[in-house]
Design a protein around this ligand. Structure first.
Ligand code: NAI
Ligand code: PYR
Length: 371
């Protein structure tokens, strides 16, 4: 199969869909890989590195997109929709539930759209989301600590406190991969950490994992209002796989936070979990202030640590990508149900229920379509 790897065009997005090591895995399996010139240069992967791994370097994005399969990182931006063509296999993060226009463009052009974030194992885990959630969870606390500093608009709180002065309070809403990694960093700094989750078993796991160093609280509007009111830093980390994030922190709750507090809504890529977050921000302009509270809503946080993130991402995307390229998406999905769950759109049908519901499409079951 001919596989294209475009250069990412989102604001400050330096990740790339394949490293030279992943190119070698694809070319050894008999595939031809086209890499857009300088796609990985800013994180240390030169055109020569890709050529040595067996890739062909191409100058124009249009040539990369004319491949049978495109492997990238972020969802295509409107300026890339014109490259869509019938039968193209697009393998990337898509986050379609809050993205009506992208869903329409994929369906209209009969693209086979396989979303990293909905490839799901039988135990419910999301193996292609996990590493970026680890990165973003860890980043969320260092970002929060940065914006709590006076010079960055914050209230002037050191999350760890010092002897004789209490630490800052961190409220993590959603105790999955992002939440656990945020908690790990916050505990490491010495902060006072509370994790809110809906799943009592998950709260038990977190209680065991952190050995009494976090408070775990059952999710309810009442409890969320209480932890948000007291928090210096709120991390939004909920997910209902494939669906728009639930807005758990209301504007009224944000108004109760003290001036100079910070909200980092990691769940913004699924539409956001905070009512006062009404826009996606960028690494160039990462924050805005509302009700005296600093809001951070960057949808590609791992792009800031793009080398670490690319290595972590391609470690997990390459094995699934190889199955899709070598068997074709139909056989790969029939053999591996995790891949079937990743297919959000195919031949004009929307095959992920939460996405179909979000945008008014009839839902088509992927397995009955393929069999
Ligand atoms: N902004 C960015 O750059 C990035 C964003 N993300 C996003 O972060 C979000 C979280 O991802 P993960 O931690 O991997 O998901 P996860 O599935 O591991 O964890 C989500 C947690 O939310 C909990 N939850 C669901 N509904 C809830 C409710 N009503 N109240 C409290 N908890 C609730 C679940 O029980 C689960 O423990 C996703 O939207 C993901 O796409 C991930 C990486 C980068
Ligand atoms: C998960 C995601 O959206 C990202 O890593 O950018």
């Amino acid at each position: 199969m001919i596989i294209g790897v475009p250069k990412e065009i989102k604001n400050n997005e330096f990740r790339v869909g394949m490293t030279p090591s992943s190119v070698l895995s694809y070319t050894k399996a008999g595939h031809e890989v086209l890499v857009e010139t300088m796609a990985g240069l800013s994180i240390g992967f030169t055109n020569e590195d890709y050529v040595q791994a067996g890739a062909t370097i191409v100058a124009a994005a249009a040539d990369v997109w004319s491949a049978e399969m495109v492997v990238k990182v972020k969802e295509p931006l409107p300026e890339e929709y014109g490259y869509f063509h019938e039968g193209l296999i697009l393998y990337t993060y898509l986050h379609l539930a809050p993205e009506a226009e992208l869903t329409h463009a994929l369906a209209r052009n009969k693209v086979t759209a396989i979303a990293y974030e909905t490839i799901q194992l039988d135990n419910g885990s999301l193996p292609l989301l996990t590493p970026m959630s680890e990165v973003a969870g860890r980043m969320s606390v260092q970002i929060g600590a940065h914006f709590l500093e006076k010079a960055h608009g914050g209230k002037g709180i050191l999350l760890g406190g010092v002897p004789g002065v209490e630490p800052g309070k961190v409220a993590v809403i959603g105790g999955g991969i992002v939440g656990a990694n945020a908690a790990k960093m916050a505990i490491g700094l010495g902060a006072d950490v509370t994790i809110v989750d809906l799943n009592p078993d998950r709260l038990r796991q977190l209680d065991d994992l952190f050995q009494g160093r976090v408070k775990t609280i059952m999710s309810s509007p009442y409890n969320i209002a209480e932890v948000v009111r007291q928090a210096d830093l709120v991390v939004g980390a909920v997910l209902i796989p494939g669906a728009r994030a639930p807005r758990l922190v209301t504007e009224e709750m944000v108004k109760t936070m003290s001036p100079g507090s910070v909200i980092v809504d990691v769940a913004i890529d699924q539409g956001g979990s905070i009512e006062t977050i009404d826009r996606i921000t960028t690494h160039d302009q990462p924050t805005y202030e509302k009700h005296g509270v600093i809001h951070y809503a960057v949808a590609n946080m791992p792009g800031a640590v793009a080398r670490t993130s690319t290595l972590a991402l391609t470690n997990v995307t390459t094995p699934y990508g190889l199955q899709i390229a070598s068997k074709g998406f139909v056989r790969a999905a029939l053999d591996n149900k995790a891949i079937a769950k990743g297919i959000n759109v195919v031949a004009g049908h929307v095959t992920y229920k939460a996405v179909a519901e979000a945008h008014g499409y009839e839902y088509t079951d992927i397995l009955s379509l393929l069999q």
